[in-house]
Design a protein around this ligand. Structure first.
Ligand SMILES: [Cu+2]
Length: 479
């Protein structure tokens, strides 16, 4: 895990500048009506849980399966009072949630009612190649495709987003993202906060025009100064004085968050991309990069009723309000939940017998972002991993001169970080991951084993501007 100082230093080099305001300082733009710069003027939305349109029996699974119909279309939503914002959404919903159970597959009947291509990727999903959202499988405007998610993997918080060849960054920016929360018996048996005390929080940034419309410029990441949580600008959330589980996902194109609660109050980090950590980790700050998920438990019982506790981002651009949202403690409540001292051991994926190296860098001559000197080519296969073989991947970011962070996201399998610059991962990074950020001049090593689903999958940087400019490769997973 990077230190805050390292992060801020690295951030400064990329234009991310520490903008944390001193405690208690009122910021300009604090008004009762919600606008792009307003603070705590609107309540947090709890995302809608989608219902299956039908349920099937059998079909190769004893437990049966659930069918969902998802239509991607342009819809107008009210983000700010008195204005309408055109967005691209699943079923017209902001960040809807699919809840799934291990062992019970989900079938998605996807209809693309947009006028741009769309390809759905379940980020974190262990799925057959035909359902992975490869750009070869993109759905044209007016087209349909069926996706099959076996759900034969550990409980985790995943998310669904576009992976079409050219439109993905803009489609995600315009709202095409959804939560996919998979549970299993092991996780359900733990005494963690449940039900209404288990809340998804999608963090992202955006730029809005005065009329409420979204402004999308591919390189506009420094001007996306409005922070949305579950689609609401810097909201407040009324909580009970007890423990809550928050499933954080960063669905920004480019923005990283380094979150701090109150004056550095403790958060208990319980899960990351691939589900529960081996053990809970105490966090005074929590970093979350694009596409990552981090889950925390916050115990509000230590605050008197009437308290207002702010969650801030310590790495924002100059002049931005650092506030992300505010928790208003409004009542007491019984709390049978607790965080066990151990959570979930990682699977033993063995000792690597294959090693691969990935050098990630920006090429100023072409403006492309490269992996091992190469721009993405849909007609080129970059690796051919064998099923059942454990590999060690070394990912090096050589962009010291430009100070650009990169990340590595693997489709199909989660991985286990072995070391960052020779040091074992911090407890918060010791679980299963599918996206890892590598700062300029740094190296991360992880081990990965592809266990099933032969076929063509992607690996790439999840900073969307870099991905757009070629930072992606293909792997043909072979028997
Ligand atoms: Cu990158």
């Amino acid at each position: 895990m990077l230190t805050r100082r390292q992060l801020i230093k690295a951030g400064a080099a990329t234009g991310l500048i520490a903008a944390a305001a001193p405690a208690g300082v009122a910021l300009a733009g604090t008004t009762a009506a919600a606008g792009p710069a307003s603070l705590f003027a609107v309540p947090l939305r709890i995302p809608k849980v989608l219902r299956p349109t039908s349920r099937g029996r059998g079909g190769g699974s004893r437990a049966g399966y659930d069918v969902y119909q998802l239509t991607t279309r342009e819809v107008e939503k009210t983000i700010f009072a008195g204005t309408r914002t055109k967005m691209r959404l699943f079923n017209g919903e902001l960040m809807p949630v699919i809840r799934a159970t291990r062992g019970r597959p989900v079938v998605i009947e996807q209809v693309n009612a947009l006028d741009v291509p769309f390809s759905m990727h379940l980020h974190g999903g262990h799925v057959p190649a035909s359902s992975d959202g490869h750009p070869n499988h993109q759905v044209s405007p007016g087209g349909k495709r069926v996706f099959y998610y076996p759900n034969d993997q550990r409980a985790s918080t995943m998310w669904m987003h576009d992976h079409s060849h050219d439109a993905h960054a803009e489609n995600i920016y315009r709202g095409l993202a959804a939560s996919y929360i998979l549970t299993d018996d092991f996780e359900a048996g733990l005494p963690l906060p449940k039900g209404r005390y288990d809340v998804p929080l999608h963090l992202r940034d955006a730029q809005f025009a005065e009329d409420g419309s979204l402004v999308y410029e591919p390189d506009g990441f420094m001007t996306r100064s409005t922070i949305l949580v579950n689609g609401a600008p810097r909201p407040y959330f009324e909580v009970a004085a007890r423990k809550y589980r928050f499933r954080l996902a960063n669905t920004s194109n480019e923005r990283a968050f380094l979150l701090q609660l109150g004056q550095g109050d403790e958060m208990t980090h319980i899960a990351s991309d691939g589900g529960l950590l081996p053990a809970p980790a105490s966090a005074r700050v929590l970093e979350i990069w694009p596409a990552e998920r981090q889950e925390i438990v916050i115990d509000f019982s230590r605050y008197p009723v009437g308290s207002k506790v702010v969650l801030r981002n310590l790495i924002g651009f100059a002049g931005e309000a650092p506030e992300v949202m505010r928790f208003d403690v409004v009542r007491t409540a019984a709390d049978p939940s607790r965080v066990p001292a151990t959570l979930r051991a990682n699977p033993d994926i063995g000792t690597p017998t294959v090693e691969r190296s990935f050098v990630m860098n920006f090429d100023p001559a072409t403006g492309h972002h490269l992996i091992n000197g190469q721009h993405f080519d849909i007609n080129r296969v970059d690796l051919r991993p064998k099923l059942g073989v454990t590999e060690l991947w070394t990912v090096e970011n050589t962009d010291v001169r430009f100070g650009i962070p990169h990340s590595m996201h693997t489709h199909l399998e989660h991985f286990q970080v072995v070391e960052r610059d020779g040091v074992a991962p911090a407890p918060g990074e010791a679980g299963l991951k599918d996206t890892v950020t590598v700062m300029p001049g740094k190296t991360v090593k992880f081990k990965i084993k592809f266990t099933d689903h032969a076929g063509l999958f992607m690996f790439h940087c999840h900073l969307m501007g870099h991905l757009n400019m070629g930072m992606m490769g293909q792997m043909a997973v072979e028997n």
